[in-house]
Design a protein around this ligand. Structure first.
Ligand SMILES: *Cc1c(COP(=O)(O)O)cnc(C)c1O
Length: 377
C-alpha cells in the first residue's frame, strides 16, 4: 500500500489507500462488485477476502485512506454517518452513561434518544463548550460525544481540554469531525479516542453518495466491537459507494481550501448586512471561541449560519427568495446550499427558529453573494 509517513495531506488525499492494480496496471482502482471470493484447494481464501459484507477491496482502500488522513490505527466504513454513529452506540453496554454536546446534529441526537435509549444507554445533553460544566458531571460519565464545529450553531469544543478531563476520569471521548475534515483538524492527535464522519458531506464532497466512517486511535477491544457490529449488523457501503467516496477524497485538500476562502468572505459580508441579526462562524473576530478555533483548526471550515432580523418568518421569506441556491439539507458538497433549520429540527430543538445554515460551495463568491444579497433585500 502506497502511504509514506512523511507525506503531506494534499498528497495523502490523492494516494493513500490506492495501489496500481497488479494485474492490469490500472492507476485508478477497479470496482470489485463480486459479493464472494473463491478459496483455493486447501480451503484458504485465494486473496484477502471471503465475503463482501466482511470486507472487500474497495471498502478496504477507503478505510485505509481515512485511517491515514486522521492518523488513526484503523477505520471502519458504513452506509451512512448515522450508521457509523450507531455502530459505536451499539458497541456500548446497557447502562452506559453517554453525554452528548448540547449542539449536535439532530439525527444523532434523535438516534441516542430513541434507539440507543431503548437499548439501555443513558443519553443526555451536556454543555461541552464549557469545561466547568463537563467537570461537574465527569465522574458520572462513561462516554462524551461532541462535534466541533457543531451542527448547526458552529460552537467550538476544546478537544485538548476535554480529552484531558476524560482521560483522568476514564471516559471515552468521541468527536464527530464532519464539519472540519482531517484537512482542518485532527481530533485523535488532540486526545479523542474515536472520530466519526458523515463521509456524505465534505469527504465524498459532491452530494452524490451517502456514507460514514469511524476511525480509532488504537485497535483496542472496544474497536473490535465496532468492527463486529460493522460486519455482523452489515450497514456497510457498497463497493461503488466506497469507490465514489475515495474518488471524492482525491480533491479534498483543494476543495476545503476553496470552501474556507469562500465561507470567510461570505461570513464577513453577511456580518456587515443590516438584515442579518447575527453570523455564527468560527472565522469571524466576534465568534466567542475564535482563539480556540485558531489554535485547534487550520481553518474555520465552509459552514456558516446566520440569524435573520425579523425572526422565523423573515428567515422563511429569505430562503424562499433565493433564485439558484437550492434550499436543501446536507452540506459539504461543491454546491452552495441554504436551509432554514426549523424545517428539520425536532420540536424540542435548542436551535433558534430564525437560523439559516449555509453550506458555502466552491462556486465564485460573487455569484453566491449576488443571490444571497438579493434575497436579503
Ligand atoms: C450529516 C451528519 C451526520 C449524519 O450523516 P448521514 O450520512 O446523513 O447519516 C452526522 N454528523 C454530522 C455532523 C452531520 O452533519
Amino acid at each position: 500500500m502506497t502511504t509514506h509517513s512523511d507525506w503531506r495531506d494534499a498528497t495523502r488525499v490523492v494516494h493513500s489507500g490506492r495501489t496500481t492494480d497488479s494485474q492490469t496496471g490500472a492507476v485508478t482502482p477497479p470496482i470489485h462488485l463480486s459479493t464472494t471470493f473463491a478459496r483455493a484447494d486447501d480451503a484458504e481464501p485465494i486473496g484477502d477476502y471471503v465475503y463482501s459484507r466482511y470486507q472487500n477491496p474497495n471498502r478496504e482502500a477507503l478505510e485505509r485512506c481515512l485511517a491515514d488522513l486522521e492518523r488513526g490505527a484503523a477505520a471502519a466504513a458504513f452506509a451512512s454517518g448515522s450508521a457509523a454513529a450507531n455502530a459505536i452506540l451499539q458497541s456500548l453496554e446497557p447502562g452506559t452513561v453517554v453525554y452528548h454536546a448540547s449542539d449536535l446534529y439532530h439525527g444523532v441526537r434523535s438516534l441516542m434518544q430513541s434507539v440507543s435509549t431503548r437499548a439501555g444507554l443513558e443519553c443526555s445533553a451536556l454543555d461541552c463548550f464549557d469545561l466547568d460544566a463537563v467537570t461537574a458531571v465527569i465522574d458520572r460519565a462513561d462516554v462524551i460525544w461532541c462535534e466541533t464545529p457543531s451542527n448547526p450553531q458552529l460552537g467550538i469544543v476544546d478537544v485538548t481540554g476535554l480529552s484531558a478531563l476524560c482521560r483522568d476520569a476514564g471516559v471515552q471521548l468521541i468527536v464527530d469531525n464532519t464539519f472540519a475534515t482531517p484537512i482542518l483538524q485532527r481530533p485523535l492527535a488532540l486526545g479523542a479516542d474515536l472520530v466519526v464522519h458523515a463521509t456524505t458531506k465534505y469527504l465524498a464532497g459532491h452530494g452524490d453518495v451517502t456514507g460514514g466512517v469511524v476511525v480509532a486511535r488504537e485497535e483496542n477491544p472496544f474497536w473490535e466491537r465496532v468492527v463486529e457490529v460493522q460486519r455482523h449488523a452489515g450497514a456497510v457501503p457498497s463497493p461503488f459507494d466506497c469507490w465514489l467516496t475515495l474518488r471524492g477524497i482525491a480533491t479534498l485538500a483543494v476543495r476545503v481550501a476553496q470552501h474556507v476562502v469562500n465561507a470567510t468572505e461570505f461570513a464577513s459580508r453577511l456580518h456587515a448586512h443590516p438584515a442579518v441579526e447575527a453570523v455564527l462562524y468560527p472565522g469571524l473576530p466576534d465568534h466567542p471561541q475564535r482563539d480556540l478555533a485558531e489554535a485547534q483548526m487550520s481553518g474555520p471550515g465552509g459552514v456558516v449560519s446566520m440569524r435573520v432580523v425579523g425572526g422565523e418568518d423573515a428567515a422563511a421569506g429569505f430562503v424562499s427568495r433565493l433564485r439558484w441556491i437550492p434550499r436543501a439539507t446536507s452540506l459539504g458538497g461543491v454546491h452552495t446550499l441554504a436551509e432554514h433549520r426549523v424545517l428539520v429540527e425536532p420540536d424540542d430543538s435548542p436551535v433558534p427558529r430564525d437560523l439559516v445554515r449555509f453550506s458555502v460551495g466552491i462556486e465564485d463568491i460573487e455569484d453566491i453573494w449576488a443571490d444571497v444579497a438579493r434575497a436579503l433585500g
